[in-house]
Design a binder for this molecule. Structure first.
Ligand code: KG4
Ligand code: ZN
Length: 356
């Protein structure tokens, strides 16, 4: 199988990578727009689209040069077709589709969350751990999504639990903002929490007191708002509140992961998406796995957050199944992960999800 170029532009990161099934990742590069959006405290969609336009082609050129690769070596171009910001998605889709057309090679529309879900396959398994293979449970926690997914075969995904309100990353971001921490809030809050006392503030573990796998984080954010409002606003208090909040999210996610493993009977857990870069979450789930006999799989930190490598990998699996995308440039800002076809069909899932 040949080299697959992957392009990610669904939100505020421009990602480019080249993946080849029998050789692994050949090159990857990322341009983050964090500094651009920081002064607004969140992603401004129109600015994101314009910056993808500016950065994507130079990044593509640089990625190929760094890997000693040329476009003529490419067998296909994969791109994030959704879910995400429509303007941002259209930039990646337009470049990917046009490049594929010019090179007379297939284009492949990739579901962003399938990219996150398969990202641990970019890593060699940890010593003593079997390579990742279905069946497994995936905890996908990012700025836009928080879900538990049951994976019986690659390509077909069952959503076992979803958030009823904020995504886990969104909760980190909003909570960080209300305590005056810089954007993006997740890493900033986690850093401040390092020096906090985990016992100083206790916040609830939402929805762990009833059966089910759904999540909810907006109440937790309100608890922090009240605790911060009524506090002395000292640095140490901020660290303590941050630590208490992080503990609550990590423990809630751990409870739900255990439940999903028990409900499915699977013994493997994937943790991915931006919040999957949280060190305390990784450590707690890895320890739980060692004690309770399930294997844990994490992407490297840089591939937890958005990147082109996961899109190139997912694209190469879809390409191997013959699932390529038509000549039209189409994106889906909303796209149900469960509507994706298994790898045994020729259908890419994109056409079916779009109105005719
Ligand atoms: O997957 P991602 O890059 O973009 C989306 O698809 O949403 O995830 C970004 C999210 C942000 O909400 C960010 O604050 C959060 O992941 N995040 C973290 C950490 N690193 C990134 N949250 C908690 N702890 C971290 N270390
Ligand atoms: Zn993402």
């Amino acid at each position: 199988m040949g080299q697959v170029l992957g392009i990610e532009s669904s939100c505020d990161e421009t990602g480019v990578a080249v993946y080849q099934p029998d050789r692994g990742l050949l090159a990857h590069a990322l341009y983050s727009q964090v500094a651009l959006h920081a002064e607004y405290g969140g992603v401004v969609p129109e600015l994101a689209s314009r910056d993808h336009v500016r950065k994507l082609l130079p990044l593509l050129r640089q990625t190929l040069a760094d890997g000693g690769l040329t476009v003529s070596d490419l067998a296909a171009v994969a791109y994030t077709a959704g879910p995400g910001l429509i303007g941002a998605l259209l930039v990646g889709a337009s470049v990917a589709r046009s490049l594929a057309w010019a090179l007379e090679i297939p284009a492949i529309a990739v579901h962003h969350m399938e990219g996150h879900l398969l990202a641990p396959l970019l890593e060699a398994p940890a010593p003593g751990t079997e390579p990742l293979a279905p069946p497994f449970v995936a905890l996908l926690v990012s700025g836009g999504h928080s879900m538990l997914v049951g994976v019986e075969t690659i390509g077909r995904y069952a959503i076992l639990g979803d958030t009823l309100d904020d995504a886990a990353g969104e909760a980190f971001d909003k909570t960080a903002k209300l305590m005056g921490l810089p954007y993006p809030g997740g890493p900033a809050l986690a850093k401040v929490a390092e020096t906090g006392d985990p016992k100083a503030f206790h916040f609830s573990r939402p929805m762990t007191d009833r059966p089910g796998l759904d999540l909810s984080f907006s109440g937790l954010k309100t608890q922090v708002l009240l605790a911060w409002r009524d506090s002395d606003h000292a640095e140490s208090t901020r660290a303590n509140i941050a630590r208490g909040f992080e503990e609550a999210i990590v423990e809630t996610l751990a409870v739900k992961c255990r439940r999903a493993l028990a409900a499915t009977g699977y013994r493997r857990l994937v943790v991915s998406g931006g919040v999957g870069a949280n060190k305390r979450l990784r450590a707690q789930l890895a320890a739980a796995g060692r004690h309770e006999g399930f294997a844990t799989y994490f992407p490297r930190l840089a591939f937890c957050t958005d990147n082109g490598a996961m899109i190139a990998l997912a694209g190469s699996l879809r390409l191997a199944a013959g699932q390529t995308t038509g000549a039209e440039i189409r994106v889906l800002p909303r796209w149900d992960l469960q509507s994706l076809p298994g790898l045994g069909t020729r259908d890419s899932g994109l056409e079916k999800a779009l109105p005719a």
